[in-house]
Design a protein around this ligand. Structure first.
Ligand code: SF4
Length: 665
């Protein structure tokens, strides 16, 4: 009988002679399924359920072939459960659903990497084998220059050089993984599909034992032509060597990781909704509503469990990989609260959180340990990135929020170790949050270790002595959000602010820090078009007041979207200098790449946290332009359909100057 061994031996002697360069793992792979004689393979294997795994670099055409397989009766591409808008583009990741349904003919498509994720090919192959599927695989190939340019156009990477490094790494990962898994594969060329679609699909069908159903209208278009007709050779040759090398290095140490937030964190919003993380970072996913549900129904409810499951299975499907500063930085730096790689789980300081993750728990036997208050927007200022006028909640609404706060204060803080006030308004400008800080007693939060205050700083000194002794004792960190290093910029970004008063309060906190009444002092800047040139001076100013850590953030569209006017997208974009289409983006890159920042970024503990700007600094893109534009058009269409566009309080009158005026009614 012909065995895989004898065929391997013969093949090796013919091609390699006696000095066989084939790595042992490759041979181990070959002996499992490759070269199995047809007589042995049929009939039992052919009767099995089939899965076709489609792998290829981003923009290599994996979607084309997936679409054709779907037309031929396969399922799996954006299978049930994916959001509707993803149906054309989504990639299957609902393995629980899969286990339940076990369809006969399945595709599993994965671009490599997909959103910086490098799929574990052996694990996927083994998963399907264990589920008794006959596994075959297609690897998509495409013209090198078109694939690279298409990756840049689709915002997967910034330059063609990065794209090419990415593609090399991708094929290495794919072929290495498939050979380790010992699985047959068919390389499929995009160009063959364009030029000879019928013949290529017939031959592929014979090879994989699939009956492709297709008509002349198979939908495969020549997307290469547009690139070759427009190639800008100069642009393609613009090198960004250092970021290219760094990126390749970073991709090589990808490890499985978890986020501790799902097991410890909760935020309460004004409408009573609770979110498991910062709302834009989790695409506004909520786990329940405090006005309608009990503590237990929310904290261990279905939606909270579902969120934890997405962290434990590594899909992070509710997290926004571009907004979340932890996910957008593949360094996966370990924070007390944040992303932790599998090999570092033992370093999580809180025993209960560490055990939750190790035991893969979705129902927790403790309450939230980290609570952020975001339910009152009241503030003494009206910063243009946040609101149009001063918001000071009053009357019936104030009473309702105070009632909600009472419920929260007495039910949710028992296990709280950290409290953050606030993500919505100002800790001292808000009567509601002030009341909390003035009335907090140890019985309500017996395990409390630390209160962190986020504030514009102007009222801190005035109210400090009115706080309850317990609150004052627990306030460990105060964070000023300033957004400027000059009075001129400050008065624009902190509308209603007072530069002199700010400095008096900075001095006051410096005193609290030096007399050990607090342990940490931070300051933040939302980097935007009118202040990115001041970043360096901002760091210097903060350091002169003893600020321990400077935090740089990007301007999120949600800040402005919530203002609900017709032109929010234009307003956001005119400020979003981190977007690569922004007119001043290149200058921002030069500013943040200045080696002067190294000593702060590399300090231990870190003295400057750059968040998504660190990703930019390393040469990768963080653009959200296309997604936001799509969402903006969608929202505007919906607004005009449902309520008519009457919400146009401001209009952009001068793009260059970023000047906005109240629109005529
Ligand atoms: S990964 Fe990011 S978005 Fe997801 S829970 Fe953690 S911090 Fe939030």
């Amino acid at each position: 009988m012909v065995t895989s061994e004898t065929i391997n031996d013969a093949t090796q002697t013919r091609f390699f002679g006696t000095n066989d360069p084939t790595p042992p793992w490759y041979k181990a792979g070959l002996t499992q399924t490759r070269f199995m004689p047809e007589s042995e393979k049929k009939p039992d294997l052919l009767e099995k359920k089939k899965v076709v795994i489609i792998l290829g670099p981003e923009s290599s055409g994996t979607r084309n072939i997936a679409r054709l397989l779907v037309k031929s009766g396969f399922v799996g591409e954006s299978l049930q459960g994916a959001p509707k808008f993803m149906h054309e583009h989504g990639q299957y990741d609902d393995f629980d659903l899969f286990k339940k349904e076990q369809p006969e003919k399945v595709i599993f498509r994965r671009s490599v990497p997909h959103d910086y994720e490098w799929v574990d090919i052996c694990a996927i192959v083994n998963f399907f084998k264990e589920a008794s599927y006959f596994v075959s695989c297609i690897v998509t190939l495409r013209d090198w220059n078109c694939m690279a340019t298409s990756q840049v156009n689709a915002n997967h990477v910034r330059t063609v050089y990065e794209a090419k490094a990415n593609i090399r790494k991708s094929y290495f990962h794919i072929f290495n993984g498939l050979n380790k898994a010992g699985i047959e594969y068919v390389p499929l060329s995009y160009e063959s599909l364009i030029q000879y679609p019928t013949q290529t699909l017939r031959m592929l069908g014979v090879e994989l034992n699939i009956n492709f159903s297709f008509s002349d209208e198979h939908g495969i278009r020549d997307e290469n032509a547009k690139y070759y007709s427009k190639f800008d050779i100069k642009r393609m040759l613009l090198s960004n060597e250092s970021s290219w090398t760094e990126m390749t290095l970073k991709f090589s140490h990808k490890k499985k990781f978890y986020c501790t937030r799902a097991f410890e964190h909760v935020q309460l919003l004004e409408n009573g909704n609770m979110t498991p993380c910062c709302p834009p970072w989790v695409n506004h996913y909520t786990i329940g509503n405090i006005k309608e549900q009990s503590y237990e129904e929310i904290w261990n409810g279905e939606k909270a469990q579902e969120f934890r499951k997405s962290i434990l299975d590594g899909s992070f499907k509710y997290c926004n990989k571009k907004s979340c500063p932890l996910l957008s930085n593949p360094d996966l730096r370990s924070f007390d609260s944040g992303l932790v790689t599998e090999d570092k789980l033992h370093t999580i300081k809180r025993d209960n959180i560490r055990n939750d993750i190790l035991d893969k728990k979705t129902i927790l036997d403790h309450g939230p340990t980290e609570v952020q208050f975001c339910y009152d927007r009241s503030c003494n200022l009206s910063c243009p990135s946040c609101r149009r006028e001063v918001i000071m909640v009053s009357g019936e609404k104030k009473k309702k929020i105070l009632d909600m706060q009472d419920k929260f204060q007495s039910n949710y803080l028992h296990d709280a170790k950290d409290i953050v006030i606030t993500g919505s308004g100002d800790a001292f400008g808000s009567y509601i949050f002030r009341t909390f800080l003035q009335t907090l007693v140890p019985e309500q939060a017996p395990n409390l270790g630390f209160i962190m205050i986020l504030t514009n700083g102007l009222l801190l000194k005035r109210y400090w002595d009115t706080l309850s002794p317990f609150a004052r004792e627990k306030i460990g960190r105060i964070n000023f959000s300033i957004d400027a290093a000059t009075e001129e910029t400050y008065l624009v970004n902190r509308r209603g602010g007072d530069w002199k008063l700010l400095h008096e309060n900075l001095e006051f906190v410096q005193h609290l820090l030096s007399t050990k009444q607090i342990s940490s002092f931070g300051a933040s800047m939302v980097v935007q078009d009118n202040n990115y040139r001041e970043i360096k001076d901002f760091v210097k100013m903060c350091r002169s007041y003893g600020v321990c850590c400077v935090d740089l953030q990007i301007i999120e569209p949600d800040f402005i979207k919530d203002l609900k006017h017709e032109y929010y997208f234009e307003e956001w974009f005119s400020k979003a200098v981190h977007e690569k289409k922004h007119k001043n983006h290149e200058e921002l890159l030069r500013v943040i790449k200045d080696p002067w920042f190294d000593k702060y970024v590399d300090a231990d503990p870190i003295e400057m946290y750059m968040g998504p700007l660190m990703t930019l600094r390393e040469g990768r893109d963080i653009s959200q332009y296309e997604n936001n534009l799509r969402e903006y058009n969608h929202i505007n269409r919906r607004l005009s359909r449902e309520i008519g566009i009457k919400t146009v309080p401001y209009k952009l009158v001068d793009k260059e100057q970023n000047k906005w005026e109240k629109a005529d009614e």
